[in-house]
Write a protein that binds this ligand. Structure first.
Ligand SMILES: Cc1cc2nc3c(=O)[nH]c(=O)nc-3n(C[C@H](O)[C@H](O)[C@H](O)COP(=O)(O)OP(=O)(O)OC[C@H]3O[C@@H](n4cnc5c(N)ncnc54)[C@H](O)[C@@H]3O)c2cc1C
Length: 310
């Protein structure tokens, strides 16, 4: 165990006890984390993570909480937010070095503004660089690990650089998930004026499509389920299309509902609990299994749940 005094003495940033995760997730759902730590800088973050590990306390890094469902009873142990401590980036020619807490939409915008290609289609993903690498986030045919050359992780209390060829990646999968990601280096493509113009059209269309096809005015965590692999899904439909075909759009449990706009997104209508969301997840899985024989797997991460339902 660790006393609050010891923790506050060791960490320069903010240490909160019993902080509601509702305030820190885009779903606006979740109970209290025992310790909520917002370190001042990279050294402070490494010290916090190492201290928790030495004391055997569960500890996880998180960014903008945009891919999370936190249990109503909260999280035992510590959550360490990266947005301040690891929130810096540099761009030199076509090489980008970004802390794990850097906003992905911001980095996508800034790099494209300098005619650098490789992140522009990720602008609509409201997470951090670290959160995106942890699941190899992607959109419109682009995935973050396509652009990454190396990732820095914290291992045994020390930063270690992992080169791209040591990392296995696939659809919403990265072998570094579960490690503490500190930052990454990316080599982007210098775009000619013609290439930039062409990409600008695609990028604007993708953002426009997102605005009309996603329930952006309601708290949510993006796609709840991964799209099943083609070999396991003879229908060829996406997870959202299958849930829609089951007639579940608009279906409500407590304060949570399957979005009318996008069936693979669950929205918080104001007072949703994590248990309401879990009921809808179970319902959608059961219906899709019965109608299509497909077992949907979660894309969002469950925190504080002893056992995932999938
Ligand atoms: C409206 C909306 C649209 C979305 N669209 C897309 C989309 O098109 N494509 C897509 O892929 N995703 C999408 N998402 C999901 C989400 O934004 C991404 O998965 C994003 O990459 C998560 O980043 P985050 O910083 O919010 O991670 P968090 O939600 O804070 O964390 C998610 C997971 O990553 C881990 N993690 C976070 N930071 C680190 C770190 N530094 N080191 C190690 N582990 C870490 C956490 O422990 C947790 O397990 C969308 C979400 C919303 C709300």
């Amino acid at each position: 165990m660790i006393s609050t005094e010891e923790l506050r003495g060791a960490i320069k940033g903010q240490v909160l006890l019993g902080e509601s995760m509702k305030e820190h997730t885009t779903m606006k759902i979740g109970g209290f984390a025992d310790f909520y730590v917002d370190p001042l800088d990279k050294d402070d973050l490494c010290r916090a993570v190492t201290l928790f590990a030495q004391r055997g306390l569960p500890c996880l890094l998180f960014g903008r909480g945009s891919n999370l469902l936190v249990h109503d009873e909260g999280i035992r142990g510590a959550v360490v937010v990266t947005t301040r401590a690891l929130g810096n980036y540099t761009i030199s020619k076509n090489v980008v070095t970004a802390g794990a807490g850097v906003s992905l939409p911001l980095l996508a915008e800034k790099t494209f503004a300098r005619s650098l290609g490789g992140l522009e289609m990720l602008q609509g993903i409201p997470g951090t660089v670290g959160g995106a690498i942890a699941i190899n986030a992607g959109a419109n045919g682009q995935e973050i690990l396509d652009a990454v050359s190396w990732v820095e992780i914290l291992e045994g209390g020390k930063p270690r650089v992992v080169s791209k060829d040591e990392i296995a990646a696939g659809y919403r999968y990265c072998s570094l998930e579960g490690h503490a990601i500190l930052g990454a280096g990316m080599k982007l493509q210098k775009l000619s004026a013609t290439e930039r113009e062409k990409i600008e059209v695609l990028r604007a269309a993708a953002l426009q499509k997102r605005a009309v096809s996603q329930p952006l005015s309601w708290p949510n965590a993006g796609s709840v389920f991964r799209n099943p692999a083609p070999e396991e899904n003879p229908s060829g439909l996406s997870a959202g299309q299958m849930i829609d075909a089951c007639g579940l759009k608009g279906f409500q449990r407590g304060g949570a509902a399957i979005s009318e706009t996008h069936a693979n997104i669950i929205i918080n209508k104001g007072s949703a609990k994590a248990s309401d969301v879990m009921e809808l997840i179970t319902l959608a899985k059961e219906h899709v299994r019965k109608m299509f024989g497909v077992c949907l797997e979660l894309e969002i991460k469950l925190l504080g749940f002893e056992k995932a339902c999938c």
